[in-house]
Design a protein around this ligand. Structure first.
Ligand SMILES: [Zn+2]
Length: 568
């Protein structure tokens, strides 16, 4: 096929954040529906390539090649097609330019139509392509994609003559309480889409593989239908199916805490009595209320966002296409697989001390709920103290990963650039029933703060620290939590320490006053008055650490100890 034209096609799913977090407390179980929505988004790049291949085969049989080929991929390759909410493909096709362009424009139109008619435009896919003629084609396709993002649904809106059927409002239909987007029958618990997502959420932990197909066989379970060209002769339906893995090993589609398969009826009954949770069926995703119970002290959830710094800068300065591809693939692998591995190996409910001792028998797999992870970022939820440890573990593993990267000869000459790849993170600690959307926003704000204060940092409880200082602050906080728990140090010491800090340092600083000189005499007086002799010198050295604000987080320290030692 040496006479063929080569096209680069790039797609990006848009509306991801809004779409994922559009879940409110309802009958479905937020943890399940949320995870299902995120899964659906994560497989869209694969689904689009799969459908594209099917249409290419129909239109230009034997005259095209598509890379990556969605058909010959293992489960891990299926996941890797998603490059953080999008994909890049190369199509070589032996037909006149005009013919191919018409084909792609039609394809774009069908996709826009699907997203508007089936998902009310809540999600969309921006698609751009260029004929690859020189080395600039890659940056050209990026530029075109940016333009296409600004002209969402333009093909659809140009072609459509009557009002688009955005709202399916009709008699006896009311807004769905779970998504607050679609309408449902008054007699139903939730809308059809939420029902589908709930089913998907229930099945995700039980099946080991997925596919997009036009025909379903006996091992498949149909989950969702992509309807392309609903009416007319071109009508096509593609099914998202889950199936059991054929090999011996059970692949994991998602990494989340699940209800143990060994849980007894009696235990389920006890948990339900103690906590306000609806259903607990063995082998399915654990509800957030139960995950929070595995916290130390106060049962709260931690929301974590982690994102790679300086990536755009590095890609811009990398002229070689292959090196760029390699780096982006390796990063995608880190977030897609390594992050899961850390959650499964280091945060097993049996190996981590959990607040309520019974939980060891009730929760299984991991304590970390990974909502998404891939491309160059991740979002996870977990018991507040475990998610802090998880963040630290991710950063450590990332340092190791960078060392591996620069040992590769492709990247050896640019190791100064690779070393600039760091992580910025944001953490938010909230009650388990708190609205997911708001918690996610706080978490994102915290991450923005880490970026704006110099990157390579993490923000928690409104305080931003470099990773190494965050880790040592958390270590101190753990030690002092133990001292408080063992009754060696009164909890009110931490409380007063915090109050003195807020009154004499934090707020005065905020309002540009100088009161901090009063802080030290008063804190030493507090130490002498409330602490046993043998802890006074440790306390003094703790206070000395606060002299260097950039290296010790007083808010992080105090909030940690107070939350960890709060009686249930
Ligand atoms: Zn709904």
């Amino acid at each position: 096929m040496k006479d063929g034209n080569l096209y680069i096609l790039k797609g990006d799913v848009n509306g991801i954040q809004n779409f994922i977090y559009n879940v409110y407390q309802g009958q479905g179980g937020v943890a399940k529906i949320l995870r299902a929505r995120s899964f659906l988004i994560s497989i869209i790049p694969y689904a689009v390539l799969k459908i594209l291949k099917d249409l290419l085969e129909e239109k230009f049989p034997g005259k095209y090649t598509l890379t990556p080929d969605p058909d010959v991929k293992s489960l891990s390759d299926k996941f890797l097609i998603n490059e953080g909410g999008g994909f890049t493909a190369e199509i070589e096709v032996n037909v006149p330019d005009k013919e191919f362009k018409d084909f792609i424009e039609n394809f774009k139109f069908s996709l826009e139509k699907f997203f508007i008619q089936e998902l009310q435009g809540e999600l969309g896919l921006s698609l751009a392509y260029v004929k690859s003629e020189n080395s600039n084609s890659f940056s050209e396709v990026y530029t075109n994609l940016e333009i296409s993002k600004k002209r969402k649904f333009s093909l659809y809106l140009e072609k459509i003559t009557q009002e688009p059927p955005i709202l399916d409002k009709a008699e006896n239909r009311v807004i769905c309480p779970v998504c607050r987007t679609f309408f449902k029958e008054e007699s139903e618990e939730m809308c059809k889409f939420c029902q589908e997502m709930k089913t998907l959420g229930e099945k995700l932990t039980k099946y080991g593989n997925f596919d997009i197909k036009r025909q379903i066989d006996e091992f498949d379970i149909k989950i969702y239908t992509f309807k392309l060209e609903k009416e007319g002769q071109n009508s096509k339906e593609y099914f998202l199916v889950l199936n059991r893995s054929t090999g011996k090993e059970h692949h994991r589609l998602i990494t989340v805490p699940v209800i143990s398969k060994n849980i007894t009826e009696k235990e389920i009954h006890e948990v339900k009595q103690e906590l306000d949770v609806e259903e607990l069926s063995p082998g399915t995703i654990a509800p957030f209320e139960l995950i929070a119970e595995a916290s130390r002290g106060d049962p709260k959830l931690g929301y974590l966002v982690v994102d790679v710094d300086n990536l755009g800068l590095i890609f811009q300065s990398l002229k070689d296409k292959e090196t760029r591809k390699y780096l982006s693939k390796r990063l995608n692998e880190f977030f897609t697989f390594k992050v899961s591995e850390i959650a499964l190996e280091n945060f097993r409910p049996t190996e981590v001390e959990v607040g309520n001792k019974n939980l060891k028998k009730i929760l299984d797999e991991t304590l970390i709920y990974i909502l998404y992870s891939g491309g160059d970022d991740l979002f996870a939820i977990g018991p507040w103290d475990k998610i802090i440890d998880f963040a630290i573990a991710i950063n450590k593993e990332f340092l190791t990963f960078k060392k591996e990267l620069v040992s590769n000869e492709r990247l050896r000459n640019i190791c100064h650039l690779v070393n600039n790849l760091t992580l910025s993170a944001g953490l938010a600690v909230v009650k388990p029933k708190f609205t997911v959307r708001v918690a996610a926003e706080w978490c994102k704000d915290a991450e923005d703060l880490s970026k704006s204060l110099g990157k390579n940092r993490i923000t928690l409880f409104g305080e931003t620290l470099k990773w190494e200082h965050f880790e040592s602050t958390v270590e101190d906080a753990k030690c002092w939590s133990n001292l408080v728990e063992e009754g060696e140090v009164p909890r009110r010491f931490i409380y007063r320490f915090y109050k003195l800090y807020l009154d004499l340092i934090y707020y005065p600083q905020k309002f540009k006053q100088t009161k901090y000189l009063e802080f030290y005499p008063r804190i030493y007086y507090l130490i002498a008055r409330t602490l046993d002799k043998k802890y006074r010198s440790v306390a003094t050295s703790l206070v000395e650490k606060t002299l260097n604000e950039n290296e010790f987080g007083i808010k992080i320290f105090c909030n940690y100890v107070l939350t960890a030692t709060r009686r249930r």
